[in-house]
Design a protein around this ligand. Structure first.
Ligand SMILES: CCCCCCCC/C=C\CCCCCCCC(=O)SCCNC(=O)CCNC(=O)[C@H](O)C(C)(C)COP(=O)(O)OP(=O)(O)OC[C@H]1O[C@@H](n2cnc3c(N)ncnc32)[C@H](O)[C@@H]1OP(=O)(O)O
Length: 211
């Protein structure tokens, strides 16, 4: 179905063309994880680190929006390479990044090992974060199918706590279409066990595809 992403990425976004931006996002991800979890550094040491980090930040001119390249309007398949997106964007330090692949059968598969930064109750993954992931994988699938749509209603069922530090396997598929209303479904599985299922009612744009 559609063009393979690798053909489109060259026209829109090729991470190989931005090695510094991808590397700095990865370095900041590692930094966030280290500062949020370290028990070895003293408070004085961390205060000194904060000073050094502020110096680095002062040397970077910030903008108002994440640098991003739009996803193609679809249809497309293959690995989705995101730039500024908060879920799968390689430029965005907050993004896992989730690795999403659009399968030839019109479904989406994603994998991500959640950072401890997204810990919620019970030493497990925060439920808002898993909702964020399933919404993103369903929204991306629709985009890949050539449907430009926004989430109207998201329904999430938490079957069991989703453990941290284990690969989460996400899948999404389209359940039905009724005019502009597209119902998609998604699931998160960990070690073969489903922990989250979700349904999204997406409303397609009335006009032509939008970025
Ligand atoms: C405009 C399209 C732009 C597309 C751009 C796509 C880029 C994607 C790119 C890359 C994907 C990457 C992955 C992203 C994943 C993340 C997804 C998100 O985070 S999305 C952000 C959160 N969602 C919002 O902020 C929506 C805010 N709400 C709205 O903008 C409107 O309310 C909207 C568009 C949802 C509907 O407004 P109306 O004016 O177009 O539609 P009306 O004419 O009122 O309704 C049409 C039908 O839909 C039902 N409907 C409308 N809103 C509904 C809702 N919230 N829930 C259920 N049904 C709803 C209505 O009952 C109606 O149904 P009847 O035809 O009468 O049967």
């Amino acid at each position: 179905m559609g063009q393979d992403w690798t053909q489109l990425e060259r026209a829109l976004f090729d991470p190989a063309g931005h090695p510094g931006r991808v590397a700095v996002a990865e370095a900041v991800r590692e930094l966030m994880r280290a500062v949020a979890t370290t028990t070895a550094a003293t408070d004085d040491e961390l205060g000194e680190v904060a000073g050094r980090l502020r110096q680095i930040t002062a040397g970077i001119v910030a903008g108002d929006r994440c640098v991003r390249y739009p996803l193609p309007t679809g249809p497309f398949s293959g690995r989705v390479l995101g730039s500024g997106d908060p879920v799968f964007g390689m430029f965005n330090p907050v993004a896992g990044p989730l690795v999403v692949t659009i399968e030839p059968d019109g479904t989406a598969a994603g994998v991500l090992t959640p950072s401890p930064l997204f810990e919620g109750p019970g030493g497990a993954v925060h439920g808002g974060y898993t909702a964020f992931l399933v919404d993103a994988v369903m929204g991306t699938l629709l985009r890949a199918l050539g449907i430009s749509a926004l989430t109207g209603t998201l329904s999430v069922r938490y079957l069991a706590l989703t453990p941290l530090a284990r690969p989460l396997h996400l899948s999404a598929w389209v359940e039905s279409t009724d005019g502009r209303k597209v119902t998609a479904a998604a699931r998160i599985t960990v070690d073969g066990r489903p922990t989250v299922t979700a349904t999204g009612l997406f409303i397609a744009a009335a006009g032509p595809a939008q970025g």
